[in-house]
Design a protein around this ligand. Structure first.
Ligand SMILES: *Cc1c(COP(=O)(O)O)cnc(C)c1O
Length: 354
């Protein structure tokens, strides 16, 4: 059976999604989900029929929300499918290269590996900003550049000037993909207005984070209509199931957008509260500034804190294995109550170890 598997799949380390890592607890702060349950009612009808490939009503709703035209949107099964579709549409295996800036979201690398696409990594600088100088010198063969903004798992924004420099520098035949999965937590920093200026710009969005709908798998790829049309040749015939578009359409009505914005405000104020508290904990060496619904902290020993939290039912994400993130933990902001419980468990650790 060994012959069945190509080398690049045999050697592949699959993405370690939060759900794949076995964890025991009742407070889930490890996947940057929303802690708020979305109360959308829905009726299923006409399920005997295939759905539209790109449900028009959903396109219209997202276009209204984002302030762009329908023809600049592709609906996908989560932003993750967008990441993969770009590779499948635009990259030739063993020839083209994708460029990444670690530490960043893992799926860019995993998707590229699955399709046998070469990868060049340019680590970010000490402040998690782009190393523009080194990037410019390494563009040979690069077809797609993935930039996460705000970045996961570090939580920072990429300097707007650097992104503009890059957009102006690269050839139009190189795609610049800005992953805005967390942009609702930092609305004014979107690059959506640049879509009109740069035909090779692609923006990824999702309902999984601020909208609290990680369970339905609904994402959006925004770009010029030429790129959208090309990807439509590659996407599966029916990516969005009818119940999914039903729910997503409801999530994008004005009342639910208003609720989402309230939840964002809540999460941001819980984050401020949590950060103020964490500043006084001796074993936390650094709290990185965050423009998202999670924070990255550096401790003396991330493993010890991780295990202590888990023993107390709180699940966070250890990032220590990533480049430049030794002893760092990523903590999603939960409800106010969950933040309070996190704080009391951390205090008890501090008392025991003081
Ligand atoms: C969560 C996340 C995604 C995945 O979004 P889905 O729509 O759930 O597939 C993509 N990019 C980043 C940076 C993320 O954190």
């Amino acid at each position: 059976m060994k012959k069945l598997v190509p080398d690049h799949i045999r050697n592949l380390v699959p993405y370690q999604s939060a759900r794949r890592i076995k964890s025991y607890g009742n407070i889930w702060l490890n996947a940057n989900e929303s802690p708020f349950v979305n109360r959308i009612h829905n009726l299923y009808k006409n399920l005997n029929r295939y759905p539209e490939c790109q449900p028009k009503e959903l396109l219209k709703k997202y276009a209204q929300y984002a302030g762009i035209n329908n023809k600049n949107i592709l609906l996908t099964r989560g932003a993750d499918e967008g990441i993969e579709l770009l590779i499948r549409t635009f990259c030739t295996p063993k020839k083209d290269v994708i460029m990444l800036f670690p530490p960043t979201y893992d799926m860019y690398e995993v998707s590229a590996k699955i399709f046998g696409i070469k990868i060049i990594k340019i680590n970010t600088l000490f402040n998690f900003q782009l190393d523009i100088h080194t990037i410019k010198k390494n563009m040979y063969g690069v077809k797609i550049i993935y930039i996460c903004h705000p970045n996961n798992p570090t939580g920072n924004l990429i300097f707007r000037n650097d992104l503009i420099t890059l957009l102006n520098f690269v050839q139009p035949s190189v795609l610049i993909v800005i992953d805005e999965a967390y942009i609702e937590f930092s609305v004014n920093d979107s690059f959506i207005n640049e879509l009109k200026v740069y035909p090779n710009l692609v923006i990824l969005r999702t309902l999984s984070k601020a909208f609290g709908l990680a369970g339905i798998r609904c994402g959006f790829l925004l770009s010029n209509s030429y790129i959208i049309k090309l990807i439509q040749k590659v996407i599966t015939p029916y990516p969005i199931a009818i119940p999914i578009s039903d729910i997503a359409i409801k999530a994008l009505c004005l009342k639910n957008i208003h609720d989402m914005k309230n939840n964002v405000k809540n999460i941001l104020s819980s984050k401020l509260w949590l950060v103020e508290y964490l500043k006084n904990i001796f074993f936390i060496k650094k709290i990185f500034s965050s423009y998202t619904n999670f924070i990255l902290i550096k401790c003396h020993s991330s493993v010890k804190i991780f295990q202590y939290l888990e023993k107390n039912g709180i699940i966070v994400r250890n990032q220590s294995h990533k480049v430049n993130l030794k002893n760092c933990l990523r903590i999603s902001i939960g409800t106010q109550d969950e933040c309070q419980q996190l704080v009391s468990v951390l205090s008890s650790y501090e008392e025991k170890n003081n």
